[in-house]
Design a protein around this ligand. Sequence first.
Ligand code: AVI
Length: 326
Amino acid sequence: MNTPMDAEQTLIVDDQTPEHAEALRELLRGLSQPDKWISSIYFYDSHGSVLFDRITELPEYYLTRTETAIMRAHGADMARVIGPDALVIEPGSGAGEKIRLLLGALDNPVAYVPIEIAREHLRNSAEALAQDFPELEILPVWADFTRSLDIPEPSCKTHRKIVYFPGSTLGNFEPDDAVALLRNFAAMVGEGGAALIGVDLAKEAALIEPAYNDSEGVTAAFNLNMLTHLNRRFGSDFKPENFKHEAFYNPGEGRVEMHLKSLCDQDVHLGGKTIPVARDESIHTESSYKYSDERFAALAGKGGFRLVKTWKDPESMFSVRYLERM
Ligand code: AVI
């Protein structure tokens, strides 16, 4: 018998908030297009976050370790360009190694402002960082960083506000949305402000695709977990075993696309609607844009920033870009 304390029990909350209704409408909109899509935000339930952390440690997933190596190799140069007394803003604070490398390299950072929508995660990561940087003023903001928000004032004067956005997360935004996000960053840092952004580089498909098709199948599990997450959150009846993970580089668009390909003709039920999915039809679940120097400079310009300096690894797999507000 299930009791309220039963660890195996899966509680399904009947969410009747307007946000939930709007999210359901958006899901149905995406699934009723000729090219079906589901937003990649649905990767990140608690299991999806664990799977993503495992991805970052996979031998094929070069992005995280290469960016970390760039931060280690060039942290001192980054600190020189950024200057002393900086206030560092981290949208979607990961509490990871990279922010520690940056803060450790900077000359007298004045304050750190992590911005995060998951309140517990924000609190835990801010507390862990406070232990490692006891002198640093930490001003956590609980918010959606894609919306406009106020950056709290530090108690000591800052020479420059800088947004730190590592991990090539910008690549998961469609280019127009990436421009809008950069504009939001420009507003956060104000005049004289800057951004330090980790960006995966455009290159041959053969160098990129293994990172999204790992031999252990972790990325496949990450992709398929989205369906289990949707079933729990929206009461849908996706059968993950009826779909297969697919990821490939689309050179025309300059992006990796992740899809879930249907293994049979099937009907999926969601929000009172029936969605027919044909055999071999695919649902687009993520784009991960890879940028050449030129395309990134153009994107930055549209977003209100000038590209000032780029650091790369010796194989030119990944880049960290320093931008100044125009
Ligand atoms: C979070 N983001 C930068 C990852 C990427 O590479 O686009 C998400 C990911 N998708 C599959 N593997 C990793």
